[in-house]
Design a protein around this ligand. Structure first.
Ligand code: BES
Ligand code: ZN
Ligand code: ZN
Length: 504
């Protein structure tokens, strides 16, 4: 879909559908919606009254204007309460409008710059939210459904223009659109990879995907370590998890260098577990069938790397993805096994389903001898984090409040939710092993997200600002609760990290 910014009079624009808005409780529209109302001779005001349109969030009213405007139809969308309004509201409203437009078979759309008047949102931010909301709501994964794929193509939108009469606002809107079209391909790549079943999205596939990124972005370099190399490097924890699988395991290392002297050096580490059966600590089948999502963290890192050449951050960015499957076989690890990670620490594997922390232990060890301004990891790490925070919020653990605040701020701007959880020092004793340096699960069943984070901390390079993002909940959407997040992989955290990198 091609999205553009246009400076001009709304009353003059032709399209299949014109999208306008209304705050909750407003009886007489103002701003751009008001201008349309005036040009329609007060039709909106009277419809709002007679149709009982309250402007509740994402409430829609389709208005047939019978030749009174060059657009064929007008869609009025509710913005909800002004006191609760934000750019995230705009993203959701734009997504609702897009879905309604598609269901009406409209091909050309025009939208006003939601919230850039009375809503007090910066016009660039408004256009960014409209564009991300529209493009992400337009996403569908139809690779395995021919009929649905055809249907989707039939419904595709040919043009989408964001119109404002003010030149400064229209120019700002163009910048917002540009940023959004730079960022969304990363989110979409991550969604596609998570949506691929484990049969397809193997560790080798992730390697190929990473290589493809370097082909399309000459500024990005790659090193891939295969099992032979990993053995030499002493990656005993990653290789232990890989033992049960016939698919070869890898450690992927991507590097982006800015054209200028880098302002900082950042590592993004992603759990690339392409299918998690739990191993011999086997998951019950009701909890296993969604476990293709367990490479969601790796997909996040690949998603970010796909867009780095467009974002052009001034930081040097490294992407580290340990990737394997967690299966059972005659060679698989058994509860009670002891392995040695790349940094020399011995780990007692008491539960083979706590495998994410094992492969991440080697990923962190791999980068331990370099100096980092920040290390951020993304992992669908624990069910406990989903129990604590629900499906829509990721857990955030950090040893550095500046880094934590930077990520939180970026997340707030992007409408993604991370909630801080503590790295409780006292709980470290819960992962002390009787027979090895550390054990891979806590001694009791409580605080599982925290003990997992504490385990990771043991392998993170020393004196390094670090943030662990447990995305087990929000990496996958079961129901499609939010209009721009369809069922399946969500690409969660990519917008936040893109924003964070931008500000370095
Ligand atoms: N991949 C899972 C965590 C997970 C759960 C991701 C739900 C997405 C949704 C992880 O490897 C795991 O199985 N963790 C165990 C740890 C336990 C054995 C200490 C868990 O959370 O139950
Ligand atoms: Zn597991
Ligand atoms: Zn896992």
């Amino acid at each position: 879909m091609n999205i553009t910014a246009l400076q001009g009079k709304l009353e003059k624009q032709t399209a299949d559908l014109l999208i306008i808005n209304l705050f909750e409780g407003v009886k007489t529209p103002g701003g751009a919606t008001g201008a349309i109302d005036t040009s329609l001779g007060g039709l909106l005001t009277s419809l709002i009254k007679s149709e009982d349109f309250k402007g509740k969030l994402s409430q829609t009213l389709l208005i047939r204007i019978q030749g009174k405007h060059p657009a064929k139809k007008v869609l009025l969308v509710g913005l909800g309460k002004k006191s609760e309004f934000s750019s995230e509201t705009i993203r959701r409203v734009a997504a609702t409008a897009l879905k309604t437009a598609k269901s009406l078979n409209c091909k050309s759309l025009i939208s006003i710059l939601h919230g850039a008047g009375e809503g007090d949102i910066d016009p660039e931010d408004s256009a960014y939210a409209i564009t991300t909301g529209t493009l992400l709501a337009d996403y569908s994964f139809t690779k395995y459904q021919k009929d649905k794929a055809k249907e989707e193509i039939g419904k595709s939108i040919t043009s989408f223009a964001i119109v404002d009469h003010n030149k400064v606002k229209a120019t700002a809107a163009a910048r917002g659109i540009k940023r959004a079209t730079n960022v969304t391909p990363g989110v979409i790549l991550a969604r596609d990879l998570v949506n691929e079943p484990g049969l397809e999205a193997t560790p080798t596939r992730l390697v190929n995907e990473a290589r493809e990124i370097t082909k399309q972005n000459p500024g990005i370099k790659i090193k891939v370590f295969d099992e032979k190399a990993l053995k030499k490097m002493g990656a005993g924890a990653l290789l232990a998890v890989a033992r049960g699988s016939d698919e070869p395991a890898y450690l992927i290392h991507l590097t982006y260098h800015p054209k200028i002297k880098p302002t900082s050096k950042i590592a993004l580490v992603g759990k690339g577990l392409t299918f998690d059966t739990g191993g011999y600590s086997l998951k019950p089948s009701g909890f296993m069938h969604t476990m293709k999502i367990d490479m969601g963290g790796g997909a996040t890192v690949l998603g970010v790397f796909k867009i780095l050449s467009q974002l052009k951050p001034s930081a040097e960015v490294h992407g580290i993805i340990p990737t394997t499957e967690n299966l059972i076989s005659g060679k698989a690890i058994k509860p009670g096994d002891i392995v040695t990670a790349m940094n020399g620490k011995t780990i007692e594997i008491l539960n083979t389903d706590a495998e994410g922390r094992l492969i991440l232990a080697d990923a962190f060890s791999y980068i331990r001898n370099q100096k980092w301004d920040a290390v951020i990891d993304f992992a669908t790490l624990t069910g406990a984090c989903v129990v604590a925070l629900g499906e829509q919020i990721a857990g955030l653990f950090s040893n550095n409040s500046d880094l934590q605040n930077q990520i939180q701020q970026a997340a707030d701007t992007e409408g993604e939710s991370f909630w801080p959880l503590p790295l409780v020092k006292e709980y470290k004793q819960l992962i002390k092993s009787k027979i090895a340096d550390i054990q891979n699960i806590g001694q009791n069943k409580w605080g599982g997200a925290i003990t997992a984070a504490l385990f990771l901390q043991e392998f993170v390079p020393e004196d390094t600002p670090w943030t662990h993002l447990d995305i087990a909940g929000p990496a996958f959407e079961e129901k499609g609760k939010i209009p721009y997040i369809p069922t399946g992989g969500t690409g969660f955290a990519i917008r936040t990290i893109a924003r964070y990198l931008d500000q370095l």
